[in-house]
Design a protein around this ligand. Sequence first.
Ligand SMILES: *Cc1c(COP(=O)(O)O)cnc(C)c1O
Length: 363
Amino acid sequence: MIPFVDLSKQHTPIRERIDAKIKELIDRTAFIGGDEVDSFNKEFANYLGVNHFIGCANGTDSIEILLEAMGIGLGDEVIVPAFSWISTSEAVSRVGATPVFVDIHQDHYTIDPTLIEEKITPKTKAIIPVHLYGHPADMDPIMAISEKHGLKVLEDCAQAHGAMYKNKMIGTIGHCSSFSFYPGKNLGAFGDAGGMGTNDSELAAIAKQIAHHGQTKKHTHVREGRNSRLDTLQAAILSIKLPELNSWNDQRIGAANLYLRELDNAKVKLPVAQFGKHVYHLFVIRSNDRSKIIEALGKLNIGYAIHYPTALPFLDCYAECNYSPEDFPRAYVHQHEILSIPMFPGITEEQVIEVSNAIKNAL
Ligand SMILES: *Cc1c(COP(=O)(O)O)cnc(C)c1O
């Protein structure tokens, strides 16, 4: 039996500190706002190397709030990759704008910058590159396009805490960045949590207001906002976990390198690590014999998942757009061939070898 993810491995060494912190906060009845939230915001801003980080309720809200804060809404278009978790396009629609899908690159599976310009219209306001599976999107050409056409760039970093693009931390390259701290992400809370990073003070101030009912201070509402706060408990837990993030990412990279070696001559397409540091939120292989691998892993009780079975344009919620496979040929092939195999900090060498052998034997 090998689980797809085992979060308990991360928690064992820091469990006592987390338990003590939770007890302290219950004793203090400190549940909303306060020092814990302010500290985590500062710590994560420092970790990234941005001037402002604002925690919020989850990663989906962080995209939506940043779009609204940049003044994007009804009648606007936002370019998003054809392959991501639905949050990326959902947030665009939620602010009243229209997601415009662009196909992915065939090797690194993030948005293909060479296909972006043909999708730009006078209504286009922003691009949301997603650092999918922990692999950095190709930011240089994306930033060049954004400058040429006057577009904002919001990096969706939900799967890539600590990844680097050419020695730059992801989340510091675009105008702003969104993060999720969903439990299974590279840095995860004990529930839902997210946040927004930027060097733009004005944008940071507006985003913070929107997430806090439009308040500049208590009972001073300069706009209508919403409630999207980072919980005190989650902030405190994230502060304890953040110093471990680089080591956890290194463990993911170590396991990935072992998979790459063990699966080198297997009949599967392996992930590449282009442009910098891939932090392997997921280790995604591709095969046109996926069902054979799934069957073999199932028999051996080895966990697996598909991220994601349907590319964004082909989801039921976009049926009225009538997209066809020819519109996004790479995303379409991708959805049929991908398989995520066990990957988490603390996965052992024996486990990686066992999974690799199972895959090789299946083919
Ligand atoms: C997880 C994820 C999100 C959203 O995060 P939540 O905290 O679950 O709302 C956004 N984008 C991508 C690519 C994700 O993987």
